[in-house]
Design a protein around this ligand. Structure first.
Ligand SMILES: C[S@@+](CC[C@H](N)C(=O)[O-])C[C@H]1O[C@@H](n2cnc3c(N)ncnc32)[C@H](O)[C@@H]1O
Length: 302
């Protein structure tokens, strides 16, 4: 990549296409799962344009300033920094969320949770008041804010035990113009959530990685995203167990609890739900990779 700092020769200019090809190859060698996409996002960011615009600019030669910015991001990406932290945002459900090292980078799998919550709301017959939704462990606010966009007249409570994460979530809500529909609460699960008393939907993408799985995560996750957003004890179930215990008293009868899980703990989660007296109608929902990714269940009378 150091070649790009040299003056272009007539035969071999560093065009957009050539930069993308070189960088895709470089990221492939560095083990990236999405080398071409990473390259495009970084080059579009350096050129301050939409990614799609690169496709009509293949023959153009980026300015020296753009190439310097691109080269620095490519170097850091090569060392492991996530693309989202280099550009400062991540797209989730067609919204752009600011992220930094204080929050988990929203993952595409979590969009299934949003879809399930929206589907559940459609079946609810609440007409005399807003639908009440809690997002426990909101991180960047991706789930809460996306639900605020897609569910009209919802009253959303977004909770996190990390004040730095909540600050990012508040910034995202204000920037995307949904701050009015979301109440942000600094709390350990429901401990400091005083109102509303009950919710129609409680959703959560909690930490669910076990201590031993954490050691095997790629360095680009371990070294750049907050450990407390990922790890939940020896078996990854610490927070999920507490949610299954603490959420039902805060749910309306017929309300739904929706939790993202790891496929590794799906069977254990099913057993835990079966053993919880006031939860029933368990659905286990798979992601696009056919992995068991969500548990969704209803509050019943115990
Ligand atoms: C896996 S991240 C999910 C972030 C975001 N909801 C998303 O899907 O991208 C889990 C989040 O839960 C928060 N968290 C962990 N334990 C918590 C607890 N006991 N109470 C509240 N928040 C908690 C972490 O700080 C982190 O922001």
């Amino acid at each position: 990549m150091s070649d790009t700092s040299k003056p272009d020769t007539k035969e071999d200019p560093w065009t957009v296409l050539r930069l993308l090809e070189w960088t895709t190859n470089f990221f492939t060698q560095r083990g990236s799962d999405s080398p071409r996409l990473d390259s495009e996002i970084l080059l579009a960011h350096a050129r301050d344009c939409a990614r799609i615009e690169l496709y009509t600019a293949f023959a153009e030669v980026p300015s020296e300033e753009q190439r310097v910015a691109f080269r620095e991001m490519v170097r850091r990406r090569g060392e492991g920094t996530p693309v989202a932290q280099l550009v400062g945002y991540k797209e989730f459900y067609s919204l752009r969320f600011r992220v930094d090292e204080n929050v988990l980078i929203p993952r595409p799998e979590t969009e299934h949770l949003v879809i399930e919550a929206i589907d559940c709301v459609k079946t609810m017959k609440v007409t005399d008041r807003p639908i009440r939704i809690a997002d426990i462990g909101t991180g960047s606010g991706a789930i809460a804010i996306t639900l605020a966009k897609h569910i009209k007249n919802a009253e959303i409570t977004a909770v996190d035990q990390s004040e730095t994460a909540l600050n990012i979530a508040r910034w995202n809500a204000a920037h995307l113009k949904f701050a009015d529909s979301i109440d942000f609460v600094h709390s350990d699960l429901f401990a400091s959530v005083t109102k509303p008393e009950t919710f129609d939907i409680i959703c959560s993408n909690p930490p669910y990685v076990s201590e031993s799985e954490y050691d095997d995560l790629p360095a680009s996750v371990r070294e750049y995203e907050p450990r407390e957003a990922l790890v939940a004890g020896i078996d990854g179930l610490d927070v999920i167990k507490r949610l299954l215990e603490n959420a039902p008293p805060r749910l309306e009868l017929g309300g739904r609890l929706i939790i993202e899980i790891s496929p590794m703990i799906a069977d254990l989660c099913e057993e835990l739900v079966d053993a919880t007296a006031n939860l029933a109608e368990l659905r286990i929902i798979k992601d696009l990779a056919n992995h068991q990714r969500l548990i969704s269940m209803a509050k019943i009378e115990s």
